[in-house]
Design a protein around this ligand. Structure first.
Ligand code: NAD
Ligand code: ZN
Length: 391
């Protein structure tokens, strides 16, 4: 089959690789109909995650049709159309039975190595390096999925791929990012980053009762998409965000601040792990504002900080003094996708959220390497790329 593989820092390409096989009785093989490129994939492209190997298949936002199942699979069958959450849940550990699937204790076969390297071990994630289990990803024609009974969600046939694909990651991620911001009715919420995750944070914040949402980025198309969802936009290259936010909130600052940027602000997404090492030695601000730093500083006293943006590796430069002295509350984490699938499917079916509206580019899998560059540089108005592995 064809698959998009990691070939080194800033290099991905299409290769012919063996079709995946059932290895465990709880596995299922999915023939992929739609698969997307995520901001988290850019961290791999940029080399921030040092356990990638040449030939690793990327992709953790995918869906399709089940074409084979292991002998112990009960809840799904061949022919079912399913979405595949990016974090892998065993369904039976303490975290999985407490609805915190992204903290699963059993889905990462490399957990011991992760702990030795990082001091903690993430759950298994598709297409996301060996430190999260070394699972092949879904930017391919087929994928082997594991613990099929607890990870494959059937989707209604009257909804299109475009409507349900983002249930695998960025829609629940945006929703959880907003939910963890403790939004009270009428609150002012500021969101750093208007990429796919930020877009769903904004829409979810309104669903959860925010009175005003202020969206911060520098790309006009992304800010316009945020405005179309009802947000007020601030371009951080044109205005002083800290001062503007104070002026917009009677001098207090927003009630909640949400970082939907993550690592991008560090090496500016260009230099990979080596840039990150350099960053740790710098005390002063870098050329670009650091989103989380700016968010903590702008938040009103007693407010809430929510961080769906991904951090890890080296040097996060968090102003812990401000965080501590302002008595802030911070929530973060990989998304417990499983917790939100049903609730969000309902919002989609009832027309309260339209996930497909953030898709700006549809490409074939063969075009994925160009898609990565376009999405990374935010060229051509690119907000979200969806790939068709069979075009
Ligand atoms: P993206 O790269 O498309 O979007 C990031 C946006 O942030 C860009 O539009 C960029 O211009 C903007 N930005 C950069 N620096 C900024 C600054 N200082 N102030 C304001 N805006 C700034 O990525 P995405 O797909 O939207 O993902 C965003 C983040 O969410 C990534 O870190 C990704 O890894 C993370 N993520 C987390 C989870 C989770 O489970 N928690 C899941 C998916 C993605
Ligand atoms: Zn993702």
């Amino acid at each position: 089959m064809k698959a998009l593989v990691w070939q080194g820092v800033n290099r991905v390409g299409i290769e012919n690789v063996p079709d995946p096989q059932i290895l465990q009785p709880t596995d299922a093989i999915v023939k992929i109909t739609s698969t997307a490129i995520c901001g988290s994939d850019l961290h791999l492209l940029d080399g921030y995650v040092p356990t990638m190997m040449h030939g690793d298949i990327l992709g953790h936002e995918f869906m399709g049709e089940i074409v084979d199942v292991g002998k112990d699979v009960r809840n799904v069958r061949v022919g079912d159309r399913v979405i595949v959450p990016f974090p892998i849940s065993c369904g039976s550990c303490w975290y999985c039975t407490h609805d915190e699937s992204s903290l699963c204790d059993n889905s990462n076969p490399n957990a011991k190595n992760a702990e030795a390297l990082w001091g903690h071990s993430p759950a298994g994630i598709y297409g996301y390096s060996h430190i999260t289990g070394g699972y092949s990803g879904g930017q391919a024609q087929y994928a082997r999925t594991v613990f099929a009974d607890s990870n494959l969600f059937k989707v209604p046939s009257h909804l299109t791929d475009d409507q349900v694909l983002f249930l695998t990651d960025i829609l629940p991620t945006g929703y959880m990012g907003a939910e963890q911001a403790n939004i009270e009715p009428g609150d002012v919420v500021a969101v750093w980053g208007c990429g796919p995750v930020g877009q769903f944070v904004i829409r979810s914040a309104f669903l959860l009762g925010a009175g005003r949402v202020i969206a911060i980025d520098r790309f006009a198309e992304r800010l316009a998409m945020a405005e179309a969802a009802g947000a007020e936009a601030l371009n951080y290259e044109k205005v002083d965000v800290f001062t503007s936010l104070k002026e917009m909130t009677a001098g207090r600052g927003p009630d909640s601040v949400i970082d939907a940027v993550g690592l991008e602000a560090h090496g500016q997404g260009l230099g990979g792990v080596y840039d990150a090492v350099k960053q740790t030695t710098r005390v002063a601000e870098t050329e670009r504002p650091h989103a989380l730093r700016a968010a903590i500083q702008a938040c009103r006293k007693g407010g809430t900080v929510s961080v769906p943006g991904v951090y890890g590796g080296l040097g996060d430069k968090i102003p812990m003094g401000a965080f501590m002295n302002k008595g802030l509350e911070m929530h973060s984490g990989q998304t417990h996708v499983h917790r939100y699938v049903k609730r969000l499917l309902n919002h989609i079916e009832e027309g309260r959220i339209h996930p497909e509206e953030i898709i700006t580019h549809r490409l074939s899998l063969d075009e994925a390497p160009q898609g990565y560059q376009m999405f990374k540089k935010k060229h051509d108005g690119c907000v979200k790329v969806v790939l068709n592995p069979w075009a």
